[in-house]
Write a protein of this length. Structure first.
Length: 253
């Protein structure tokens, strides 16, 4: 079984890029399950119903999100109604949406969990106990995937190693830069610190470079806007056999 994880989708152009390219990439690589982080897929921070629907139509089996998931109120009911998009599991229980889902692909059942880090981030409960609770209550499934949306690489590594052997695939998102550490942990969990982003290469994390430079150099307020053009996607492919991940590799397309 091959699982593709795709990093943070940044802006409408990136959504359009996946609409054109994702299906072909999946066929070429024999992908069985695709998980895409879509929390920045609207025109600005956040995700909206049209972006979510477009990502699912493009070939995402499940959309994960993160700290910007509630930026656009129109998505609240979409989160409640769809079992193919998840918000961080360590948000309060009465927050819109669900923190995990089990998707039946027709060939297998996939548990996908989303969790938010706590280092340099605010607004979420304990990641470890929240993921443990999801594993206890999810019911029956054949393969499991966890998206850790977090700032600190140490926190991502700690969560991944804590759940080594308990979750098949753990991948990090949020920092928009693909890391060079795709690996299989000792007990059979595939892990990468960050899969990167799907967005404009000529940018700073998807944002117009001059806006970020001026904010950092001059300490003036800056309105961040997504850059345009020259889109690419990055992610990782994990191969799972007999309940364990046997290979992990970074990909770009």
């Amino acid at each position: 079984m091959k699982i593709l994880t795709v990093g943070d989708v940044v802006g409408k152009e990136a959504v359009g890029y996946l609409t054109q390219r994702l299906g072909t990439f999946k066929r070429q690589h024999g992908i069985d399950l695709t998980v895409v982080n879509g929390e920045n897929s609207a025109e600005r921070n956040g995700i909206d119903p049209p972006s979510a629907s477009a990502l699912l139509d493009a070939g995402a089996d499940v959309i994960t999100t993160g700290n910007h998931v509630y930026r656009i109120p129109a998505v609240y009911s979409y989160l409640d109604d769809s079992d193919r998009i998840v918000r961080p599991v360590n948000f309060p229980g009465d927050s819109p949406g669900r923190g995990y889902t089990v998707v039946d692909t027709g060939s297998f059942r996939a548990l996908v969990i989303n969790v938010l880090g706590s280092v340099y981030m605010e607004g979420a409960g304990d990641a470890f106990s929240s993921v443990e609770a999801a594993l206890r209550t999810a019911g029956e499934y054949d393969v499991s995937v966890l998206d850790i949306h977090a700032e600190a690489t140490s926190e991502k590594a700690a969560i991944a190693r804590y759940f080594d052997g308990k979750i098949n695939v753990v991948f990090g998102t949020h920092t928009h830069v693909q890391t060079n550490d795709a690996q299989v942990l000792p007990k059979g969990t595939g892990f990468i610190t960050d899969v990167g982003m799907c967005g404009p290469r000529d940018s700073i994390l998807g944002v117009i470079s001059d806006r970020v430079i001026d904010k950092l150099r001059l300490h003036l307020p800056a309105r961040f806007e997504y850059a345009r053009g020259n889109i690419s996607a990055s992610g990782a492919i994990f191969t799972v056999e007999n309940g364990k991940t046997v290979s992990a590799e970074t990909v770009s397309f």
